[in-house]
Design a protein around this ligand. Sequence first.
Ligand code: SAM
Length: 365
Amino acid sequence: MDLSANSNGTSSSEESELYHAQIHLYKHVYNWVSSMALKAVMELGVADVIHNHGKPLTISHLASELKLHPSKVGALHRFLRLLTHNGFFAKTKLLEGQEEEDAYALTPPSKLLIKSKPTNLSPIVKGSLHWSSLNMWHSSEKWFTEDKEQTMHETSSGGQSFWDFLNNNPDCIAMFQEAMAADSYMFKIALKECRHVFENLGSIVDVGGGTGGVSKLIHQEFPQLKCTVFDQPEVVGNLKGDGNLNFVGGDMFKSIPSADAVLLKWILHDWNDEQALKILKNSKEAISERGKEGKVIIIDISIDETSDDKELIELKLDYDLVMLAMFNGKEREKKEWDKLIHEAGYSRYTITPICGFKSLIEVYP
Ligand SMILES: C[S@@+](CC[C@H](N)C(=O)[O-])C[C@H]1O[C@@H](n2cnc3c(N)ncnc32)[C@H](O)[C@@H]1O
């Protein structure tokens, strides 16, 4: 007879395992709450108010600055309680009259939500948690079981690709380009560390360069370098260049303008291997005039489960599924990069971590 067995026949260790499993499952079911609470607080401008005040703020002070309805003050406290637990705010005590009250200070992650700062990542929160980024996930079962070569986005939107959706929705494309520009600012900091990558180049073409966020940063650092932002005509059609920075519309699957170097930042992960191979081959053609001196500079994720820590791997794997759902794209492991680069006909490459979770991959003919 099992003495540790309970009346329902399970042992206490089995029960404990069951309860832990339940907590693990529920935690993952409700992960979205933290994301949405972050979005709500970003939209309210909580980080901006605390930043402008210059020191920690109590809930009542915050609520009055944010012009909240008096009935919502308690709710703000509960949102901040979760986000403080998640590391977005730090709680301290402040003397209000005779009483000590809880007050909230910013932490490094919430400082990235201050809209007046160049490091503002609010557009990433807004774009990534917008309904247009989330709706497609409700069609995953249909997508998995249907015999159609579609992205999850296409399955959920009657066959419309994410790019076509953006091109038909001016507000959404503006939001997307704003998110890309915000993400690119981190690159300005990284640029200081990797100046050598751009030195000795006479010209560069920033393929899929959007509205030119990255190219403008490169142009500021290297004014002599001729930068061409190459993107879809819908994106760059109305943009005017300035001196060594110019905009060209076209299709990277057809051909890419010639230059000493091709920059592919946040591009190859949007596409499957066959499409990425085509882009890499067209890039090789674009740098061919420079012979062995030409290069392709890729900025993308490289998954390395042997050296990345758990949080970093989870972020990279999350990104992988986002790319899958939106574009049938993918984040690649080191060995996948190796295969792709060699299949495209390049002879060598180097991979260096950059911007916290991305990699700089320099590829040579
Ligand atoms: C994820 S965004 C990257 C933007 C930019 N490189 C950055 O890091 O901020 C991908 C870009 O590829 C562009 N794109 C998509 N299809 C394209 C095509 N066929 N030819 C040229 N650009 C394209 C999109 O318009 C978009 O600006």
